[in-house]
Design a binder for this molecule. Sequence first.
Ligand SMILES: Cc1cc2nc3c(=O)[nH]c(=O)nc-3n(C[C@H](O)[C@H](O)[C@H](O)COP(=O)(O)OP(=O)(O)OC[C@H]3O[C@@H](n4cnc5c(N)ncnc54)[C@H](O)[C@@H]3O)c2cc1C
Length: 408
Amino acid sequence: MIVGAGIVGLTLGLELKKRYPKANVCVLEKEPQPGKHASGRNSGVLHSGIYYGRDTLKAQLCSKGGARMRVFAAEHGVSCLQSGKIIIATDEHDLPIIERLLVNAKTNNLRAVKMSESGIREIEPHARAHRFGLYCPDTAVIDSIGVVKKLWNLLREKGVTLMTGQEVTAVKPEQNIVYASGSGYRYGYFFNCAGAYADRIAKKFGLANDYILLPFKGIYFKLRQERSDLVKANIYPVPDVSLPFLGVHLTRVISGDVYAGPTAIPALGRENYGLLKGINVSESMGIAWELVEMYFKNHQGFRRLVHHELAKYIKTNFVRAARRLVPEITSADLIPTDKTGIRPQLVNLRSKKLEMDFIVEQTASSMHVLNAISPAFTSAFAFAEFLLDRYETDKAGPGPLPARTGFG
Ligand SMILES: Cc1cc2nc3c(=O)[nH]c(=O)nc-3n(C[C@H](O)[C@H](O)[C@H](O)COP(=O)(O)OP(=O)(O)OC[C@H]3O[C@@H](n4cnc5c(N)ncnc54)[C@H](O)[C@@H]3O)c2cc1C
């Protein structure tokens, strides 16, 4: 039984069917269609994996997952373009981080080339780097919604039971029963891939006690068609390595449009896509309380993040972030879009820090994916393999393998 038809749940379903063709696999999804949340609202970039230190799950899974995703796209006719990306220093403080990213590239066995400002201009003529930047040739853009739809159809063809409009609201873990939208379902093994709600479901199993998922809103602007030639492929700033967000970047997506974004604005609801839409008073009060505590503790420069990100609700500040990459961009060049995503970010309640890596917790008959933040889309196929390897080998975890048909 899998809860959540985002990229994590769907790739896991496919991997289950690959390893256990006769397994009775069921996906429960609360929305009428798959991919209505993060998996259908992201930047659509297949990251190379350069941001992550070697000892992280992200480093282990990102480039492998990206390669798998490209093969999947080629096999199933999903649009994907290996357009490469540059990461540019915008001031002197960024230069040591460029060196750190190069070390990551070396240890993670990734292709990345350090380039001078003039070298960067040969790739992106309108970008302005402060002295140096990096070129990552393996970055690609992909039709994320196309991937999700293709996976959904494949799972159906392979006999997976796909149930939409089924919101998991309660579980009886001791009896292996889950309740969704008024019905009870018995499962052999339970995979929680519920994205922004994964912590809530895990808590019903007695897990994730140290964590809460907090929502951060990503809004995007788009370059006017006539000005889209300012960006050839992907232009990213050097990230703040203490935070899990990459900063406003410029991405030529698979349709050819160039998007600027996303922000990482603290939001007041896990589905707070509009200004007030998706806000539920009791949930919002809990979120606000956590944010205030984090603001005062100020780990990872959280206060600065809040100030910078909230400011981006005002267009001039957003434009300023884009102009750090391409100074020719003007306010008139950027038009608002309705593309908005929410990043459910796991916060450690003890340390009041944002967790940087993917986190998985488990009981004897359940596994919970708790922090499927970026680059979980890129990593998804490798992540699914990792989850099932863990299921199969972790003796301290799920225990002896059930019959190969025991997943329903
Ligand atoms: C703005 C933005 C930009 C991003 N850019 C990139 C990028 O360029 N590259 C990249 O690799 N990653 C990117 N990411 C991250 C990536 O999109 C996510 O990491 C990934 O999509 C997470 O997938 P998921 O399946 O865990 O979650 P989701 O896609 O959110 O899926 C979870 C599913 O579970 C369902 N669900 C939740 N609760 C329940 C319940 N109680 N019962 C039943 N169903 C439930 C939801 O309806 C949803 O369909 C970005 C994310 C955002 C928000």
